[in-house]
Ligand binder design. Structure first.
Ligand code: HEM
Length: 614
């Protein structure tokens, strides 16, 4: 009832027309609201420039399980949302933005300022491309949107290919679905740009790296990817599998929560440790307690966390920095590659030792109940089944990649939600009240999977959705290729084999489209009313599955997505139940909290005030 009232209050608010100060003070304008009614459309908004859109038919089946989702090929499933090939009314009547082109130079693409000596001068005087730093990705993406709109070609080494590494950037989910429909059996993955990882795997004779110089294995698009991907996602990605791990994750979150007051001045480390603890419970069924300084923790686990965070940060920097990306594609080893290589070697030693010990204990039948239910224990069984086609070294390599990917990806997502909860204490209180009801009804004082569904915890889900709107872990996490055929995007023929990126950030932050975009309002996502209010307005794209979360879509969607969401929900819930966490007075809004590009964009959390709830 309380939520319904607040949702109505927001809608009432949305039907007025306040003036907006646009993004970070850069664009100041008065604007009509577009979230208020079906009838409200603007003539200048993206996707609504020529005609009013008609009501959209849902074209994405909201599959509830792997077995029901459609996918480009039978065994690897897109798991969450299969793409329906039907053409919608909206597609037929949708207005068409014009394709713009971002000026670029050969090889370095839009990063003109990376040209030695004269780059800055050239860019300042002729190209005027935004200067990308590790601290400004949100602003850069918004600036590109303001300059080039919702459909432009940009040139990004490491993502696009060839002399001019062209990437089509789009923001319309219907157009992105066209790309996904034409991905074919071997879709392009976001990991494809991570060439140094392939190099490192080949150096270590990983079968996962594929055979021969033209096969990038799991990081490529061939049969090798498909085989390992199938094995990896089994027991992990379906809602049923993921919810099986919830008791262990809830326990890890409960223990981790005790550590918060000790880590109040270094919550970034705390969330890395908490993500580690939660994933250990999934992978091994073990309680590692790294985030709770009251218990003795294994120094090897501490070292593993550091290596996992550093290795991926080096890896991403090698793809992000245009000069590094070009050198990586030419096979040149830089200082950064050297650091990455050493870090990965050390990480491999730790992981392989741990996996070996576990396998030996499995063989000696020494695992306890929780360990026997773990992902790795089941994976050993699956690997040993005759038809698996996976040998033990491949199994261990698969798990190494998973463990490496399981720390700061998840902690980044959690950190941003914590930023918003700690700067919007009324939201934290609302969330507390929702969760407290569940805890009061819980017989064992623990959070359970059924409490975390959208139906039972709408506010929790809305908090994560709103956090993703304002501060996605990265503005664009989806780069796909129409490998099968030419397609038309906004009326322009995009040749087969092009790279198309989806930018999910600017629209959700445009004051012409979203009321008070700088304010954290979870009620935007609760119940049917806000969705109905967005229907037929430019804001309706935000309800598309493409905008919903940071895990991408299609058959390459993150295999850890469901467990990562469960982990995020459980640790946030436990923290909010145990503590009131508030940002220091110097932090007025989330904009006062800096962020930095590591594997993703990580909020640099300030020292928080932590007060126990009684
Ligand atoms: C909030 C946390 C996470 C986020 C935001 C995230 C995001 C992503 C994204 C955007 C992709 C690329 C999808 C594409 O190519 O279209 C991806 C791939 C991947 N993720 Fe995650 N991820 C997270 C957590 C995890 C976890 C916990 C694991 C551990 C299993 C994991 C393992 C992987 C792997 C192995 C891939 C490559 C899959 C493939 O290419 O088929 N991720 N992730």
């Amino acid at each position: 009832m309380m939520l319904r009232n607040s949702s109505n209050a927001v809608l009432r608010k949305l039907s007025s027309c306040p003036s907006f100060k646009a993004h970070d003070g850069k664009l100041v304008m008065k604007t009509p609201l577009v979230l208020k009614s079906h009838a409200t459309t603007r003539s200048t908004a993206p996707f609504s420039t020529q005609s009013a859109p008609t009501k959209e038919k849902p074209i994405i089946a909201n599959a509830s399980d792997v077995s029901t989702s459609k996918c480009p090929f039978s065994t690897v499933s897109s798991t969450l949302d299969a793409i329906d090939t039907a053409k919608t009314d909206r597609e037929q009547s949708r207005p068409v933005p014009t394709l713009k082109d971002v000026p670029s130079v050969p090889l370095l693409g839009v990063f003109v300022n990376a040209i030695p000596f004269i780059g800055d001068w050239l860019n300042d005087n002729f190209y005027h491309n935004p200067n990308v730093t590790p601290h400004n990705a949100y602003d850069v993406h918004y600036e590109m949107y303001q300059k080039y709109g919702t459909f432009y070609t940009t040139y990004i080494p490491g993502i696009g290919e060839g002399l001019y590494p062209k990437v089509y950037m789009i923001m319309d989910p219907e157009e992105m679905k066209k790309v996904i429909r034409q991905e074919g059996a071997y879709p392009r993955g976001g990991v494809e740009g991570l060439k140094p990882m392939v190099k490192w795997m080949k150096k270590n004779n990983f079968k996962l790296a594929g055979a021969g110089s033209n096969d990038n294995g799991f990081l490529g698009r061939g049969e090798t990817w498909r085989k390992y991907r199938n094995f990896m996602q089994t027991d992990l990605l379906s809602p049923k599998s993921a919810s099986g791990y919830v008791p262990g994750v809830a326990n890890a979150a409960k223990i981790a929560s005790r550590g918060v007051p000790y880590y109040a001045s270094d919550l970034n480390t705390f969330f890395n440790y908490a993500a580690f603890d939660m994933f250990q419970s999934i992978m091994f069924g073990q309680v590692s307690k790294l985030a709770d300084p009251n218990t003795s923790s294994n120094p090897v686990d501490v070292e593993f966390c550091r290596l996992a965070v550093d290795s991926l940060a080096y890896l991403v920097r090698m793809s992000d920095d245009p000069q590094e990306a070009i050198k990586a594609s030419l096979g040149i080893e830089t200082e950064l590659y050297y650091k990455f290589d050493k870090t990965m070697d050390a990480l491999k030693d730790i992981v392989m030792e741990k996996l070996t010990v576990f396998i030996e204990r499995w063989d000696r039948n020494e695992l306890d109940d929780n360990e026997r239910k773990s992902y790795f224990a089941h994976a050993i069984e699956r690997q040993r089944a005759e038809e698996s086609g996976i040998d033990e070294s491949e199994l261990m390599q698969i798990c190494l990649l998973m463990l490496n990917a399981s720390v700061d990806t998840t902690s980044t997502f959690i950190c941003w939600a914590m930023v918003h909860l700690s700067t919007n204490l009324h939201v934290q209180e609302n969330l507390y009240r929702e969760l407290k009801q569940h805890l009061d009804a819980s017989e064992d004082g623990m959070l359970h999977a059924e409490m975390l569904t959208k139906a039972k915890s709408p506010y929790l889900h809305a908090v994560l959705r709103e956090s993703h709107r304002m501060t996605p872990v990265y503005p664009s996490t989806m780069f796909k290729s129409n490998s099968v055929a030419d397609i038309e995007i906004h009326g322009v023929t995009v040749p087969k084999g092009s790279v198309v990126g989806f930018d999910s950030y600017p629209i959700g932050m445009d004051p012409m489209i979203v009321d008070q975009p700088e304010r954290f309002i979870p009620e935007r996502w609760i119940g049917d009313e806000p969705i109905q209010a967005r229907k037929g307005t430019p804001a309706e794209v935000l309800d598309s599955v493409m905008y919903r979360d940071p895990f991408s879509q299609g058959a390459r969607r993150c295999p850890g997505s469901r467990v990562a969401v469960n982990e995020t929900q459980l640790i946030l819930s436990q923290l909010v139940l145990d503590w009131k966490i508030s940002a220091p007075p110097s932090v007025k809004t989330y904009r006062d909290i800096p962020y930095k590009m590591q594997t993703l964009l990580v909020a640099q959390l300030p020292e928080m005030n932590v007060e126990a709830r009684v």
